[in-house]
Design a binder for this molecule. Structure first.
Ligand SMILES: C[S@@+](CC[C@H](N)C(=O)[O-])C[C@H]1O[C@@H](n2cnc3c(N)ncnc32)[C@H](O)[C@@H]1O
Length: 169
């Protein structure tokens, strides 16, 4: 799944490399309709879903249905909006045990790492620095692995932990 796919070519590039079963998700219905129309002939096996990831249960019901969830810039956008914890928890719900949530972010690496590493959650997070070709704009990639099934957690406690991380940044 690509969360917050926007009009990026990433999914088409992955499709052409042979990764056919890609679900592209974005909150913007106009973008999803445009992308569906653009790629329906060239990449017919890809699917396109209008979905607010913070309320993903409404359109993506099945738990643990994705091996890999890719994000480029969407977590960064959600950090400035309400519901970032709900979006994060929905991504973890949708991820299979052993699956990876890969995040590309332009925010400070330590902030994102701390945000993802919620103490009560079964996740391991690896950080990689990316070359952007710019000396001022640094990007990092985070590989979060879900190492076991999600235990019951109080979402308000997760929200409070993550809000504190965001606030002190
Ligand atoms: C910074 S853009 C990145 C787009 C694309 N990933 C790229 O690399 O060009 C963030 C995208 O996230 C989408 N988005 C924002 N909030 C969202 C949400 N709650 N659920 C799903 N998508 C969301 C926006 O519509 C936008 O397309």
């Amino acid at each position: 799944m690509i969360v917050g796919c926007g009009s990026s070519k990433l999914s088409k590039i992955l499709y052409d490399l042979g990764h056919r079963r890609i679900t592209n998700v974005d909150i913007d219905e106009g973008i999803i309709e445009d992308m569906k129309r653009k790629y329906e002939e060239e990449a017919p096996e890809m699917s396109w879903v209008t979905c607010d990831i913070t309320k993903a249960k409404e359109s993506l019901e099945e738990d643990e249905s994705f091996d890999l969830i890719l994000d480029k810039g969407t977590l960064d956008a959600l950090l400035c909006a309400d519901g970032v914890t709900d979006g994060y928890m929905e991504i973890l719900r949708l991820l299979r045990v052993g699956g990876v949530f890969s995040v590309i972010s332009f925010r400070p690496a330590e902030l994102i790492a701390q945000f993802l590493r919620v103490p009560e959650l079964p996740v391991e997070v690896e950080i990689k620095t990316l070359e952007t070709g710019s000396s001022t704009r640094k990007a990092s990639m985070f590989l979060l692995r879900k190492i076991s099934a999600l235990p019951w957690v109080d979402r308000d406690e997760v929200r409070s932990y993550q809000n504190d991380v965001i606030k002190v940044s």
